[in-house]
Design a protein around this ligand. Structure first.
Ligand code: 9WN
Length: 420
């Protein structure tokens, strides 16, 4: 498909999934508003429909909690309870109490660059600061300057092998799946989705957090799943860099944002980088054990401009190795291709995701690797141009998998087309 036809296709997907004040990730599988999806969508809409880009994030931030957290799903009250599980009845409210990676400050900066709308920028700035403050003060479960996630869904890489060891320590209660019927495996192929055992654990962890009123006190002592995720923390540092630029634009002090970004990068290098694998790994709290699996979230810190150059070089090397295949015929996989349990179809355990590759593309450019960045961009555009805007793609055949007409794939395709 030519680049012009691809732009038309991507815009059509975003139009199809627009509800009037936000974009659903996919009409079939995800009929509500997801937090980091909206940020990626806004980055694409900034090119195609900038007013809609602002409205996308405004609707999300209108659901921000008083404590500053931006919920991972904002439920659309017009959508029947049965259309997504776990829906509002399970979470006991109009939003979930979980969060997702804070890509929003980067998105706001991108929309501002294209609109120069200072009034809207000023509306967002305190809200984005409150989002960061929640993460910094309430979610540093280990007290080491890194944010902990309390559920695999918070990482956005739900089913990643990064969480296997931590999940294996928790009981999988089959009764939970008798009480609550899964909807995802009625809409998508079960072989592409998490297993029942993992889903039972997801429900148990979410239910325990909900039953404690979503309080974050003594997470390390009281909660069953507490993990430091390298891509979540990298995106949090990237958010502070974007916030520094936003603050300067508004004539406000910015140094504290840059200082916090620096502190996050140092803590990540100290606690999450493994010189033996040359990449970052998730880490359990309070045990401090690093997950053995090599997953794409361990490469995403390449987005950080402040990363020591030898570490950036080591990430590029790991990405280029046969484990992830950067520079090959297809974009980078979500998991180590050489791992015994690499699964080409199950989500986050092998397939290729456009948002992860879009972040790596930015990282390659930021660390002065223009040739592999250009190649990766072409590979992404070819993949989407051949298969359509899928949720993820088969790492051998490039076939589209998961939800068709998936919003962030369309949005980030638009951004890649606009930024040659
Ligand atoms: C649970 C919406 C979301 C993405 C996540 C992705 C998937 C949800 C699910 O879909 O998660 O949040 O039901 O599996 O893993 O990254 O935000 O697109």
């Amino acid at each position: 498909m030519g680049r012009t036809a691809l732009r038309t296709l991507a815009e059509r997907v975003l139009d199809l999934n627009w509800t009037g004040d936000h974009t659903v990730p996919s009409r079939s599988l995800y009929p509500h508003q997801w937090s980091w999806d909206s940020a990626f969508v806004a980055i694409g809409l900034a090119h195609a429909a900038p007013d809609r880009a602002w409205r996308e994030l405004e609707s999300l931030f209108r659901a921000q909690w008083a404590d500053g957290r931006v919920p991972h799903i904002v439920f659309n009250p017009a959508v029947p309870e049965g259309d997504y599980f776990p829906g509002p009845a399970f979470w006991d409210g109009p939003t979930t109490g979980l969060v997702q990676p804070p890509v929003h400050a980067v998105a706001v900066r991108e929309i501002f660059r294209r609109t120069a709308d200072r009034e809207r920028l000023a509306w967002f700035y305190p809200r984005l600061c409150a989002q960061q403050a929640y993460l910094t003060t309430r979610r540093d479960a280990a007290g080491d300057g890194l944010v902990s996630i309390v559920h695999p869904w918070e990482s956005g890489l739900d089913n990643s092998p990064s969480w296997d060891e931590a999940l294996a320590r928790l009981p999988a209660d089959p009764e939970l799946l008798r009480v609550h019927r899964r909807r995802d495996i009625r809409v998508a192929a079960p072989a592409h989705r998490p297993t029942d055992a993992d889903y039972a654990r997801y429900l148990a962890i979410a239910g325990a957090y909900r039953d404690r009123g979503y309080h974050d006190d003594d997470l390390a002592g009281r909660h069953g799943f507490v993990m430091e995720c390298p891509s979540f923390n990298a995106l949090r540092a990237a958010a502070d860099i974007a916030l520094a630029e936003i603050a300067e634009e508004l004539g406000l002090p910015a140094a504290h944002h840059r200082e916090r970004a620096r502190a996050i990068v140092s803590a990540m290098v100290e606690h999450l980088f493994d010189p033996r694998t040359g990449m970052f790994h998730a880490r359990a709290v309070p045990s401090g054990e690093r997950a053995a699996a090599r997953c794409v979230n361990g490469l995403v810190p390449l987005v950080l401009p402040g990363l020591p150059e030898e570490i950036a070089a080591s990430l590029v090397e790991a990405a280029t190795s046969p484990r992830f295949g950067l520079g090959g015929a297809l974009p980078v996989t979500s998991y180590d291709r050489t791992a015994a349990d690499f699964d080409p179809v199950r989500y986050w355990r092998g397939p290729i995701w456009i948002n992860m590759n879009w972040l790596l593309h930015r990282g390659l450019l930021g660390h002065n690797h223009p040739a592999p960045a250009a190649l990766l961009r072409d590979r992404m555009l070819d993949l989407v141009g051949t298969g359509g805007c899928y949720e993820y793609y088969h790492p051998v055949t490039g076939a589209g998998l998961g939800a068709a007409e998936f919003s962030w794939t369309a949005a980030l395709t638009l951004d890649l087309l606009e930024n040659p």
